[in-house]
Design a protein around this ligand. Structure first.
Ligand code: ADP
Ligand code: MG
Length: 295
């Protein structure tokens, strides 16, 4: 049996997990790999850009419908043969979203989805900062062997990444998955890069790649596709292809060192001071220029 790579990609809501994951899936399928992408977010839109912008039925909705679940009711073929699954979520206001992920993944195992399709790579696109055991499942149960987080340089995204590190550390004692890198998304300024590099240095973690914020992504999303599909010759598509290769071949697996709450606060405070000083210096320069030209 061929060895499949199982990768979980975490991050706070709206940070770019599904966009990045779908582009990685599309890029790997272009390389000839069989890819299975599993959306583990009650938003259930992980695979939309692989399926022409259409939402596929979710595992939980199918289970709830009460009929016997067949593989083709829960696994859909998207761009280039990428296999798409959406775990789904509870009915709004009822039940627990994390619990839903557990039910969905258990069902996939029961239905022998992995044996049936024998994918080279399985990508779990998971919401959350691992405050809930359900979302932690791919890590906790060692289902994913490698974990990544998508983060921008915004504090809330970094806060979620730090919480993920805490989760990985906690579950590692019982055979949980290890960390393999930060995917730095929406990085357009040297400052964004500096902030995330500094966070990674302070948490003894690595950066798997930098992805700029790009209009090609917006255009592709509005057209219901990935950038890899709609704009394969763009620089952004090249960024995703490079990232996909890096992730597929990445051997790094380690325990990051999360910051304690007070350390994270102090770290954020030091960046706040740095930014205040930078803007003071910039204002000073502007005033000097204005004074010189008034002479
Ligand atoms: P998540 O899955 O983490 O909730 P999404 O992947 O759905 O987040 O992304 C949220 C929004 O941000 C989407 O509209 C997406 O197109 C946009 N986005 C994500 N990454 C980029 C990027 N690198 N450049 C431009 N837009 C992006
Ligand atoms: Mg998403």
């Amino acid at each position: 049996m061929k060895k499949r790579k199982e990768i979980a990609i975490y991050g706070k809501g709206g940070i770019g997990k599904s966009t990045t994951t779908s582009n990685i899936s599309a890029a790997l399928s272009d390389e000839g790999y069989q890819v299975l992408q599993i959306g583990c977010d009650p938003k259930s839109d992980s695979t939309n850009t692989l399926t022409k912008g259409e939402s596929i039925p979710t595992v939980l909705d199918t289970v709830r419908s009460g009929k016997r679940v067949a593989l083709e009711d829960i696994v859909y073929e998207g761009f280039n043969g990428v296999l798409c699954v959406e775990a789904g979520g509870p009915e709004p206001g009822v039940g627990c979203a994390g619990r839903g992920i557990i039910t969905a993944v258990e069902l996939l195992k029961q239905k022998k989805v992995f044996e049936e399709y024998s994918p080279d790579v399985v990508l779990y696109d998971v919401l959350g900062d691992v405050v809930c055991g359900g979302f932690a499942m791919p890590i906790r149960e060692g289902i994913a062997s490698q974990v990544y987080t998508v983060s921008s340089s915004d504090f809330m995204a970094i806060y979620a990444a730090n919480n993920l590190f805490k989760g990985i550390q906690k579950y590692s004692k019982n055979g949980g998955a290890l960390f393999s890198g930060i995917i730095a998304n929406s990085i357009n300024l040297p400052l964004h890069e500096e902030i995330i590099e500094d966070f990674s240095k302070n948490t003894k973690s690595t950066i798997a790649g930098f992805v700029p914020r790009s209009l090609t992504v917006t255009q592709a999303e509005l057209g219901g596709t990935t950038t890899i599909e709609s704009d394969p010759d763009s620089e952004q598509a090249e960024v995703y292809r490079k990232l996909a290769k890096k992730i597929f071949n990445n051997k790094e697996e380690y325990l990051p060192s999360p910051l304690e709450s007070h350390e994270l606060k102090a770290w954020a405070g030091s960046w706040s001071d740095k930014l205040i000083n930078q803007s003071k210096e910039a204002n000073c320069e502007l005033e000097c220029v204005a004074r010189e030209s008034a002479k």
